[in-house]
Write a protein that binds this ligand. Structure first.
Ligand SMILES: Cc1cc2nc3c(=O)[nH]c(=O)nc-3n(C[C@H](O)[C@H](O)[C@H](O)COP(=O)(O)OP(=O)(O)OC[C@H]3O[C@@H](n4cnc5c(N)ncnc54)[C@H](O)[C@@H]3O)c2cc1C
Length: 654
């Protein structure tokens, strides 16, 4: 672990003595197969001979990725003593001082041929090149549809092309966080169970290469308007650079985070230093070593940035509105051998994700909190804590997200485990309040490696900007940030980890127009309306995934997009075979689905707190449940049941 952190929490060292080492990776599944586990993960050489043909190539590949990861981690400053942290980035150019705010600012015509041509007329147009878009493109190609994919970014990866801020790393372990496509996973090895953005980009390059996806893709292509023409049964799509395309089906795989949220602090434009949103961080990086840095926000991105930048910056100030109830990640190195040993079981491992509530391998415990004695409860929590990752969140007692008293027990346990890591009493008071800031788990806890030790450093300041308990930001100045107590703090860099117009923002920024002449962005001012979390009334032959009213934020990304992607594939197949001009969900069915989303949400503690699950914190945005809270397992069955007879859809023949 990082030198300079004498008190550092020994979770994430990648060393085999870590108490979290083996259990952290797909633990529940492994326990079921413990004989296999012992036999194959002992590195006894038997696996080596089996895979020796590919071994040297893969070893070289893994080694080179490990080197790159090591370089990243040095740059992301887990080691505060790393000499010349930017030695691999010698040509760093200072980014623009003024931040970019919107996707369309990245649109630029690359070419004029193939998928970049004007006036395309195709079967399927997909927007988005993350897990969702990659998966649907793969399925559409296999089914023989002429398909083109547009993405605002420069290549495959979606989230992981944009979120390249210091410390950016996944919170779902692999192989849970990867596509269940055998030709992809059989030829890929990870260096760690929680890869960072560089390794995820390399993975997506591999997906692209293996499935030959790019030949049907136009990058830097930002969709700015789309309207369905009922007369010819086709979508008319326009990009920021003025290209037009027609398609029978439009698949919106824009993810939940396409629209960045930048709060309108007073005089932001006055600040003369470098200011950047975490999700538009430049690929070439921003040199924060030896600089005065502010991070605004302590959601998932904020936690990771703070952890990475704190040890390198001269001064790092953290502006926190709500403490993140972060959990230890349990990151460790993975060997090629252990991955190869599990590969034959991947079909089962990956299918198992879809049988668990959140699309991981954790599932809520069958008992209620107070069914257990205090001692039994302690033992249960200890077991989950030892597993690390999201175990405490997704493997807790089955009532803790429904019953506030049960929830108190989870919070108390979390607080007891994490609070000893911060010695500074003023910081500890803000980070671990005795009264829980909100029910544990109704905001997604972030996974951390050394977050609390970094916050405890003398060069790291913690400013409570909560309206009730702290000193909110009142504005920016030329030199820095002013808070309500009159203090002005000066910075070279301000990192805005302020999140997104979450879940709906991508779709409402795309210029989608209904057959009634209304714009989605106006229709959804009073809240999102979808049918099944995959379609929208008034937008025929349009499908969306990993967006509103699906499991989305309550699910592991790849698990959710594969369930929805298969459903979309089948819907397109049925409509095509039945020679339908279009399908359009009815308003009544859509109203019922909305009620279903709210009913499921209202059973839980989620509505008690303004969070991403409730639409985020964009001022004026409707505070309502955005995701299906019945679990991916139930969701899968529920939406499938509607497909066979087009239940809830208006069906128009050619
Ligand atoms: C920092 C961060 C960390 C995350 N960590 C996890 C995690 O640990 N586990 C997990 O399960 N999920 C995580 N997520 C959620 C993550 O987004 C999903 O796991 C997954 O990547 C979603 O894939 P997707 O294809 O639906 O969307 P994305 O990967 O978001 O891809 C959407 C793509 O659509 C493009 N796009 C959007 N609008 C337009 C437009 N108008 N025109 C053209 N292109 C457009 C974007 O450029 C983007 O490339 C994280 C998200 C973020 C932001």
């Amino acid at each position: 672990m990082a030198q300079g952190f004498p008190n550092s929490f020994n979770v994430d060292s990648g060393n085999s003595n870590s108490p979290y080492a083996a259990e952290a990776w797909i633990e529940p599944w492994l326990l079921k197969h413990s004989t296999f586990y012992r036999k194959h993960l002992t590195r006894d050489g038997r696996q080596e001979s089996k895979s020796s043909r590919r071994a040297s190539i893969i070893d070289a590949e893994i080694q080179s990725r490990k080197n790159s990861v090591a370089a990243t981690e040095r740059n992301d400053s887990e080691d505060s003593t790393a000499a010349g942290a930017y030695s691999t980035m010698a040509d760093i150019k200072e980014p623009e001082r003024i931040i970019k705010t919107d996707l369309w600012q990245f649109g630029a015509r690359q070419r004029t041929d193939g998928p970049y041509a004007d006036n395309l007329d195709i079967d399927v147009l997909i927007v988005g090149a993350g897990f969702g878009g990659a998966y649907v493109l793969y399925e559409m190609r296999k089914a023989g549809y002429s398909t083109v994919l547009y993405d605002a970014g420069t290549s495959f990866g979606g989230t992981w092309r944009w979120n390249v801020y210091p410390g950016a790393r996944v919170d779902s372990p692999v192989p849970i966080y990867e596509l269940a496509i055998p030709e992809v996973y059989n030829t890929w090895h990870w260096t760690t169970n929680y890869p960072d953005w560089r390794e995820l980009q390399a993975y997506f390059d591999h997906v692209d290469k293996t499935l030959e996806l790019s030949k049907d893709c136009a990058f830097k292509s930002v969709v700015t308007s789309a309207e369905f023409d009922e007369s010819d049964g086709k979508w008319n799509v326009v990009t920021a650079d003025g290209r037009k395309a027609k398609a029978r089906f439009l698949v919106v795989a824009a993810g939940f985070a396409a629209k960045r949220y930048i709060p309108g602090f007073e005089s932001m434009d006055k600040f003369r230093g470098t200011m950047c949103h975490s999700s538009f961080w430049p690929n070439e990086g921003i040199d924060y070593k030896g600089k005065r840095v502010a991070v605004i926000g302590t959601g998932a991105s904020g936690v990771q940035m703070i952890q990475a930048m704190g040890p390198e910056a001269t001064q790092l100030d953290v502006y926190q509105r709500t403490p993140n109830l972060a959990l230890p990640m349990g990151k460790r190195d993975l060997t090629k051998e252990e991955q190869d040993a599990l590969k034959p079981y991947y079909p089962e491992i990956l299918a198992y994700r879809e049988r668990c509530f959140a699309g991981f391998h954790y599932d809520l415990c069958e008992r209620n909190t107070f069914d257990d004695t205090p001692e039994e409860r302690q033992a249960h929590f200890d077991k989950l804590w030892k597993q690390a990752g999201f175990a405490l969140w997704l493997g807790g007692y089955k009532d803790y997200l429904f019953d506030d008293k049960a929830n108190d027990e989870a919070y108390k346990y979390w607080r007891k485990c994490q609070s000893p890591r911060v010695k500074n009493p003023d910081k500890a008071r803000i980070l671990f309040p005795e009264k829980k800031p909100h029910p544990f788990g109704v905001k997604r806890p972030c996974l951390e490696q050394s977050y609390y030790e970094v916050l405890d450093r003398d060069n790291v300041g913690l400013i409570d900007i909560n309206e009730k308990s702290g000193t909110p930001i009142v504005g920016f100045t030329e030199k820095g940030i002013k808070t309500s107590d009159g203090k002005e703090r000066e910075y070279d860099i301000i990192a805005l980890a302020t999140g997104f117009d979450v879940v709906t923002g991508g779709m409402t920024s795309m210029g989608l127009k209904s057959i009634h002449g209304t714009l989605l962005k106006d229709e959804w001012k009073e809240g999102a309306q979808t049918y099944l979390g995959t379609t929208i009334s008034g937008y025929p032959n349009m499908f969306h995934l990993y967006g509103p009213h699906g499991p989305t934020l309550l699910a592991n990304g790849p698990s959710a997009v594969e369930i929805q992607g298969r459903w979309i594939r089948d819907a397109i197949n049925f409509a095509t075979r039945q020679k339908l001009k279009y399908i359009n969900p009815s308003k009544e069915a859509s109203d019922e689905w909305k009620k279903r989303i709210n009913d499921l949400g209202n059973l839980t503690l989620f509505p008690t707190t303004r969070s991403t699950y409730m639409g985020g914190t964009v001022p004026g945005k409707k505070n309502e449940m955005t995701c299906y809270a019945g679990g991916v397992n139930a969701y899968k069955d529920e939406i499938r049941g509607k497909l066979t007879d087009w239940v809830g859809f208006e069906v128009v023949a050619n």
